[in-house]
Design a protein around this ligand. Structure first.
Ligand code: HPA
Length: 271
């Protein structure tokens, strides 16, 4: 990590905002609508921020949304940077470090994922209890900055137990069906083969996706509390006798987005 670059990006953003966010929320595929709930919104586009990749690479909604959610000062990432786009891990880490330096203490990561656990159904929301890094790359490879965190960070409690419990309670109180499980990150951009999905189940995965793990590693290293929520948009490859496509992922997240929004806004309220 290049501290000078992070500070340069942060200094730019601080000229645009007058809040100090306490919670960062990364919105996964099809889940970007949560940003509509933010009050006193200030948008900062990634392409305008020094050192962030340009929008042609990131996609359309590549922006931070600052404001209030459930009475708390938050920053949302509407659109994340994916490993499969070809970005080095350092670039995936940058927006997390930026949020950390803007003052967040907690990071909520969300994503769309394929259901590997056969008791799941498309449309289920899953609280992430742990992950498996199947990308075999790590955003912390390289020189360590002791100002940020230790050389060998502990990953035994990456997903905050209190936040897992809180999320379960909130789901129950609002009659939202919730699953818990282990998220496995594959590099993508191909969906998995049926054999890979069987392997993922054998090694202990409940859901599979192409994001989140590098961001969680960076957040943990930087001392942030992490909550992860997956939206199971489809059953993973080979489970049902049908091909996978991005359309299904978007359709399911659209179907679930109101429930998802209700869950996150109520969790944030209780944080
Ligand atoms: N595999 C990987 N990533 C995904 C999937 C999947 O089945 N669904 C949504 N994102």
């Amino acid at each position: 990590m290049n501290l000078e670059k992070v500070k340069e990006s942060v200094d730019f953003i601080k000229t645009k905002i007058d809040i100090s966010p306490e919670i960062g929320i990364i919105l996964g595929s099809g889940l970007g609508d949560l940003a509509e709930k933010v009050e006193n919104k200030v948008i900062v586009k990634y392409e305008d921020i020094p050192n962030m990749p340009k929008s042609t690479v990131v996609g359309h909604a590549g922006q931070y949304v600052f404001g209030k959610l459930s009475g708390k000062d938050v920053v949302m990432m509407q659109g994340r940077i994916h490993y499969y786009e070809g970005h080095p891990m350092e670039i995936i880490a940058l927006p997390i470090h930026i949020m950390k330096f803007l003052g967040i203490k907690t990071l909520v990561v969300t994503n769309a994922a394929g259901g590997v656990n056969t008791s799941f159904n498309p449309g289920d929301l899953m609280i992430i209890t742990d992950h498996i890094n199947f990308v075999f790359n790590n955003p912390l490879i390289g020189k360590n900055d002791e100002e940020i965190g230790p050389r060998f960070p502990d990953m035994s409690m990456s997903y905050d137990k209190n936040l897992v419990n809180l999320s379960e309670e909130v789901a129950k109180a609002h009659n939202i069906n919730i699953q818990k499980g282990v998220y496995v990150m594959m590099p993508g951009p191909t969906y998995e083969t049926p054999a890979e999905v069987r392997m993922i189940r054998i090694i202990g995965g409940d859901a599979v996706g192409m994001s989140t793990v590098p961001e969680v590693i960076v957040a943990k290293h930087a001392g942030l509390k992490v909550l992860g929520i997956s939206c199971v948009t489809n059953m993973a490859s080979g489970i049902l006798d049908q091909p996978l496509n991005h359309q299904e992922v978007i359709e399911t997240s659209n179907r679930v987005k109101d429930t998802f929004t209700r869950l996150i806004t109520n969790i944030v309220e209780k944080m």
